[in-house]
Design a protein around this ligand. Structure first.
Ligand SMILES: [Zn+2]
Length: 225
């Protein structure tokens, strides 16, 4: 791990390296951003959004918090989604979880964690929604991995529940929403290929804010009713 002063030396070296391969690099940094992706991921230091996606500065708008949660009274997350969709016009919104997530693990343990309690309760609620499937899994490690995936799924649904996402999708056909999991053991991304049409089938009407029937910000064509 670098010492504090070394960070600034590394920063200067980074600019020099980037400029050597692209003389326009400083100017391109200062230009307006037009990212196609909003990435919502975990704050975990091992899950680095840009690096694991292999993208350059300007290509992804990033929001990270403990256990990649999308809570509808989190002004931070809601502002990020609003800005990304309405002002940046992102084409894709990704919720990326990761196996071995400390936040998910903590939520699986019945103990008082102070100010983390209300935050982690979002994950406990995911467990409650899916307890039949999870409780049927005998292997705790598999149950842990599955809760990571189901948490991503529920946070994707929380993204889809927002008015700005529904309305933008109805007007322009994007953004589409994707659930990914990063595997710390391999460094590989896994696309959960969530079937939103099926997942939303029974709950779509409850959360419809688009003022029109049929929103599926999922890559699938909107359907009536
Ligand atoms: Zn995590």
């Amino acid at each position: 791990m670098p010492q504090y002063a070394e960070i600034f030396e590394r920063n200067r070296q980074w600019v020099a390296d980037r400029t050597a391969s692209n003389p326009d690099f400083p100017a391109s940094l200062a230009a307006d951003q037009q990212p196609d992706y909003l990435y919502i991921g975990c704050s975990d230091s091992r899950v680095t959004a840009e690096e694991l996606m292999g993208v350059d500065p300007g290509e992804v708008f990033v929001h990270r918090n403990i256990a990649n949660l999308v809570n509808n009274i989190d002004l931070n997350a809601m502002s990020v989604i609003e800005y990304a969709v309405r002002h940046l016009g992102v084409k894709h919104i990704v919720v990326c979880g990761h196996y071995g997530c400390g936040g998910v693990k903590a939520a699986m343990q019945p103990q008082d964690l102070g100010i983390l309690n209300p935050w982690l309760r979002n994950i406990r609620d995911v467990y409650r929604l899916h307890h039949t499937e999870l409780d049927a899994m005998a292997d705790p490690a598999l149950r842990y991995d599955r809760l990571v995936e189901l948490n991503v799924q529920e946070q994707c649904i929380n993204v889809v529940k927002t008015a700005v996402v529904q309305q933008a999708y109805l007007q322009g056909g994007f953004p589409t929403v994707h659930g990914w999991v990063f595997d710390l053991k391999t460094g590989l991304l896994k696309d959960l290929n969530l079937d939103f049409v099926h997942i939303l089938h029974d709950i779509q009407e409850i959360y419809n804010l688009g003022d029109q029937p049929g929103w599926h910000p999922t890559g699938a064509a909107p359907t009536a009713g």
